[in-house]
Design a protein around this ligand. Structure first.
Ligand SMILES: Cc1cc2nc3c(=O)[nH]c(=O)nc-3n(C[C@H](O)[C@H](O)[C@H](O)COP(=O)(O)OP(=O)(O)OC[C@H]3O[C@@H](n4cnc5c(N)ncnc54)[C@H](O)[C@@H]3O)c2cc1C
Length: 458
């Protein structure tokens, strides 16, 4: 990489505002939003390389947004737990940190104070965050690039919305030799000196008691946020959980999965470093392949869906065959209809569903197989598929620590609206040709009684 132009044409870089860097600019600012880590972060790498080419220091601006859409204390607590370690981790790469809390959290303020040469951000395909980036691109006076770092294969290489795992899989596998390689981790040549007269706050691991946010859902024990904790969990999973993953992942009663989804969601762990750790482990090939299928193919299919489909969080985002079949069964009698409140309080007739709902309320996590059952039953027990979609999104986003994520929207679209799936026969009441799941089928698959006992009235 010899010039800024070389950097700006990398597939992972999206130029949101063109132009030459301000020659008087004091540094390169990386507006860190989604990728909250100092390692395996392509946005940080791009900012450092640009800073080195421009002979300017690099500073990260990190400022938790108050009242983040659908976020609550559960999510904020996990997020804040990752802040404390960031300053020293960035320092090891020669990069400074300006951390600010509400009401001093606005990027525009920081840009006025720093007058950067170039602004770099990270990508997040969700509607709200995408709108923020578009607004910044309109207002900012220096070039603004965003970098796609939460995927192994840059989203742009997949070109358009992909129909299913079978269409995205060969494309991804073709590109893995190029993109699934050890991150370069450059170091900033010119260190950011803290004494540059900027107001900054000490990154704190705790949410300030007066921070403006929804406090109706409390934090959870068990999962602690942060990049260090993510790496610790990853090492443990590779050592003790990966062998046997291909089978264990379908057994919710044993929790045989990595539980890394929240770390991926909050950007405490990069998918590329995770994939390399799995690839290089001694676990059997079948287990490594099963894990990489979920982490890369399924997860990047979800990100592709959200990036290219504006209706990702409602039924309209699903294929026409699925909307048609659900429409044909719109007036079918439901076995029972529950309100959002009854569902939220786990007050259904189904002990497995109630156990799942209790698990997520109490722990912020639910096993993947159970999540499928949980969402499919919401379709069966609500008056309209549109209601089912909305309720599943609301509960998923409120209680799952990894909620508000492309994976959640794509998976709910799969469960309720057959997204990325195919039509199944014979058709069934309410579901039509959308894949059905019954309580008895789950009993054949795993020890559901053990799972129910575990989460009964916890
Ligand atoms: C109705 C429903 C809602 C869901 N909501 C979310 C959500 O809000 N956030 C979320 O991250 N995942 C969601 N999932 C996908 C999946 O269930 C979780 O990612 C997984 O259970 C997380 O546990 P883990 O980290 O132990 O997974 P592991 O089995 O250890 O998998 C490793 C990683 O691969 C990815 N992954 C695994 N399964 C899937 C999948 N089916 N689709 C896409 N990526 C996958 C995740 O990033 C996960 O962390 C949902 C699934 C369903 C059916």
């Amino acid at each position: 990489m010899n010039t800024l132009d070389d950097l700006s044409v990398l597939p992972e870089v999206r130029v949101r505002r063109r132009g030459a860097p301000d020659p008087e600019g004091r540094g390169v600012v990386y507006w860190m939003q989604r990728a909250q880590r100092a390692q395996d972060n392509r946005a940080l790498d791009v900012a450092i390389r640009a800073g080195n080419l421009l002979r300017r220091p690099v500073v990260v601006f990190l400022a938790p947004v108050p009242n983040y859409p659908n976020g609550n204390l559960r999510h904020y607590r996990f997020l804040f737990e990752g802040f404390e370690e960031l300053e020293s981790a960035l320092g090891r790469r020669g990069v400074g940190l300006v951390f600010r809390l509400y009401p001093r959290h606005r990027l525009e303020l920081l840009l006025d104070e720093v007058r950067p040469a170039l602004l770099v951000g990270d990508e997040n395909p969700l509607r709200e965050t995408e709108a923020w980036r578009a607004k910044v691109a309109e207002r900012v006076r220096v070039p603004f690039w965003t970098v796609d770092t939460e995927v192994v294969v840059p989203s742009v290489c997949l070109e358009r919305e992909q129909y299913a795992a079978r269409t995205i899989r060969p494309r991804i596998h073709r590109l893995l030799p190029t993109y699934l390689v050890r991150p370069p981790s450059p170091r900033a040549h010119i260190p950011w000196s803290p004494g540059r007269g900027l107001a900054r706050e000490r990154p704190t691991g705790e949410v300030p008691t007066d921070y403006p946010l929804d406090r109706r859902v409390g934090g959870v024990g068990g999962l602690v946020g942060g990049a260090k904790e993510a790496r610790r969990r990853l090492r443990r999973f590779v050592r003790t959980g990966l062998s046997g993953y291909a089978t264990a992942r379908s057994h919710p009663e044993h929790d045989g999965t990595s539980r890394l989804s929240a770390y991926l969601h909050f950007g405490h762990l990069g998918p590329r470093a995770l994939a390399i750790a799995i690839q290089q482990s001694d676990a059997p090939e079948v287990d490594r392949a099963a894990f990489l299928e979920q982490l890369i193919v399924r997860r990047e299919l979800a990100i592709n869906f959200v990036r290219y489909n504006d209706c990702y969080d409602r039924l309209d985002g699903c294929e026409s065959w699925a909307r048609r079949t659900l429409d044909e069964h719109r007036l079918d009698r439901r076995p029972v209809i529950y309100t959002l409140r009854q569902l939220e309080q786990a007050e259904t007739h189904d002990p497995l569903w109630n156990a799942a709902q209790r698990q997520v309320v109490d722990t912020g996590w639910m096993h993947g197989y159970i999540r499928m059952y949980w969402a499919k039953k919401i379709l069966e027990w609500t008056a309209r598929p549109e209601d089912a979609f909305a309720i599943a999104v609301e509960l998923n986003d409120r209680y799952q620590l990894d909620g508000r994520d492309p994976n959640g929207y794509a998976s709910i679209a799969w469960a309720v609206g057959g997204k990325h799936d195919r039509a199944w026969g014979p058709t069934r009441p309410v579901f039509g040709a959308v894949r059905f799941m019954s309580f008895s089928s789950t009993r054949r698959k795993f020890d559901s009684a053990a799972y129910i006992r575990r989460y009964a009235g916890t």
